[in-house]
Structure formats: structure tokens, C-alpha cells
Design a protein around this ligand. Structure first.
Ligand code: NAD
Length: 257
């Protein structure tokens, strides 16, 4: 399948899952717009590398997804958005009674409200060109809860709800809206936590991963950013044209428990 001629905008894509999705969408032929809240030479160099390796157009637009006006500017500045991937996300862990108000507001803004603002500008663009895909990166925490993650779980459940509403509002357009719900994914951030976990529990790498980090993931394996990227490409395929308003878990069985 070729996504040649399509433009994908991926929020929060200078690292981790967003970057993995940008690579896979570009390998499938899409032009990609990368984003984060920074605007460094390195950010632009990542886009240049994707262009060079895949032969597609890739560029980087800095925009802070905690601000509605910036979310909207990102899509306007991209100029075209056939595939919208709402991926930007942050986390904070604390009990409800100790959860800092500022952290709550930031997590709700970046992890949930940004998807509303970007979609508000992107969906009319999709209608204009007669094709579109909204792909929201939620989480297993969009379907289940864990203690101490109130803002994250609330935001991710909210994203799943927003995904369904956009699907109903676009049901008779050639546009779909779905949420991908990853379990634990091996990103550079997660990789960097492995040595600390090994030291804290006095375990070798394999045991620390299986017994501590992946306690809730029955497969006892991390998902990879390439697998998440492949799931996004699948959702862009013709085979997925009637898949809308749903969640796709990529979680090694987490939500089957
Ligand atoms: P990451 O920290 O590598 O990526 C997060 C991205 O969001 C980065 O590019 C970061 O720069 C960007 N970002 C943060 N604040 C931003 C802001 N204000 N404006 C614009 N961009 C901003 O983490 P990741 O693990 O790749 O997470 C990506 C998404 O996947 C998040 O929504 C996260 O909740 C979700 N997720 C991750 C996992 C996992 O195990 N890694 C599991 C389930 C869901």
C-alpha cells in the first residue's frame, strides 16, 4: 500500500512512539510533519534524515500542544493534513490528594485537549480532499486504570471518548477516527529506566523486565515503536476503511486480564 501524496501530521514526534510512527508512515510513502514544543537544529535534522532515507518530504514544526492556539497553528502551518496522529503526551504520578494542580492541567491539555484542537482544524481539511484518518494514541490506561495516575487515566479515557465522537461526526465521510491503545512500549525513555530497575531490585535485565516492568503485560514483551507505526499504517489502508470509532490495543494482552 502506498500513502504517496498524503500528508501526516504527528504531534509529539521528535522521540519515542511518535517518531516511530513518522518513520513507518514515511516508509509507506506519506509526507510527514514532525512536532514537539522545542525548535532545535536536532529536531530539524530528524526530519531531514527521514526525507533522505525515505524520499518523502518531511519537515518539523515547533508548536506547544499544551496551548489550543498552538495546536491549531500546527495544522494550519502544515497546510494539509490527511492523516492526523495525536500522540503528544506527558505523565505525572501522585495520589489524588497530592496531585499538583498544574500537573493535572498540563496533562489534560497535552494528552487530551490538544487532540480536540488539532482535529477541529484537520477534519475540514480532510473533508475538502475527500479522505482522512484521525489516529489518537491513547493507552491501555484509556481502557483501564492504575492508582496514582489520575490525570493520565482521565485524559486517556477522554481521548477514547473524543475518538468515538469524531467517528460519528465523520461516519458518512471517507474519514475514520480510531484510538491505538499501547501497553508498555520500548521507547528510549523506557530503555533508560531498565538499568535503574535492575539495580533497585538486584535483578538481571530479563528478570527486571519480566517481573517488575511488565507485571501487567501478559506477553512479557514490550511492544515496539515499529509495531505501533505499523498499526498506524494499517489504519490508513483501504482494509481499515470501515474501522472507525474503535480502539486497537497493542498491549500484549494487558486489557484481556
Ligand atoms: P516520549 O516522551 O518519548 O514522547 C512524547 C512526545 O511528546 C515527545 O516528542 C515530546 O517532546 C512530546 N511532547 C511533550 N509535551 C509536549 C508539548 N507540550 N507540545 C508538543 N509536544 C510535546 O513518550 P512516548 O512513550 O513515545 O509517548 C508517546 C505517546 O504514547 C504518549 O501520548 C503516551 O501517553 C503514549 N503511550 C506510551 C506508552 C509507553 O509505554 N511508552 C504506553 C501507552 C501510551
Amino acid at each position: 500500500m502506498s500513502l504517496s501524496g498524503k500528508t501526516a501530521v504527528i504531534t509529539g514526534s521528535n522521540s519515542g512512539i511518535g517518531l516511530g510512527m513518522a518513520w513507518e508512515l514515511a516508509r509507506a510513502g506519506a509526507n510527514v510533519v514532525l512536532n514537539s514544543y522545542t525548535d532545535t537544529d536536532e529536531d530539524h535534522a530528524i526530519a531531514a534524515e527521514i526525507s533522505k532515507e525515505t524520499g518523502t518530504k518531511a519537515r518539523y514544526i515547533g508548536a506547544d500542544m499544551s496551548k489550543g492556539s498552538e495546536c491549531r497553528r500546527l495544522i494550519t502551518e502544515a497546510g494539509r493534513c490527511d492523516i492526523l496522529v495525536n500522540n503528544a503526551g506527558v505523565q505525572h504520578v501522585a495520589a489524588v490528594e497530592e496531585f499538583p494542580e498544574g500537573k493535572w492541567d498540563a496533562i489534560i491539555a497535552i494528552n487530551m485537549s490538544s487532540a480536540f484542537h488539532t482535529a477541529a482544524v484537520a477534519v475540514p481539511m480532510m473533508r475538502d480532499v475527500g479522505w482522512g484518518r484521525v489516529i489518537n494514541v491513547a493507552s491501555a490506561h484509556g481502557l483501564t486504570a492504575s492508582p496514582y495516575k489520575s490525570a493520565y487515566v482521565a485524559a486517556k479515557h477522554g481521548v477514547v471518548g473524543l475518538t468515538k465522537v469524531i467517528a460519528l461526526e465523520t461516519a458518512q465521510d471517507p474519514i475514520t477516527s480510531n484510538a491505538i491503545c499501547p501497553g508498555y512500549v520500548l521507547t528510549p525513555l523506557v530503555e533508560s529506566q531498565i538499568p535503574d530497575t535492575m539495580e533497585k531490585y538486584g535483578m538481571d535485565r530479563e528478570t527486571a523486565i519480566r517481573e517488575v516492568m511488565l507485571t501487567r503485560q501478559p506477553s512479557k514483551e514490550f511492544a515496539t515503536v515499529e509495531q505501533l507505526g505499523g498499526t498506524a499504517v494499517f489504519l490508513c489502508s483501504d482494509s481499515a476503511a470501515q474501522i472507525t470509532g474503535t480502539t486497537l490495543s497493542v498491549d500484549g494482552g494487558w486489557t484481556a486480564l
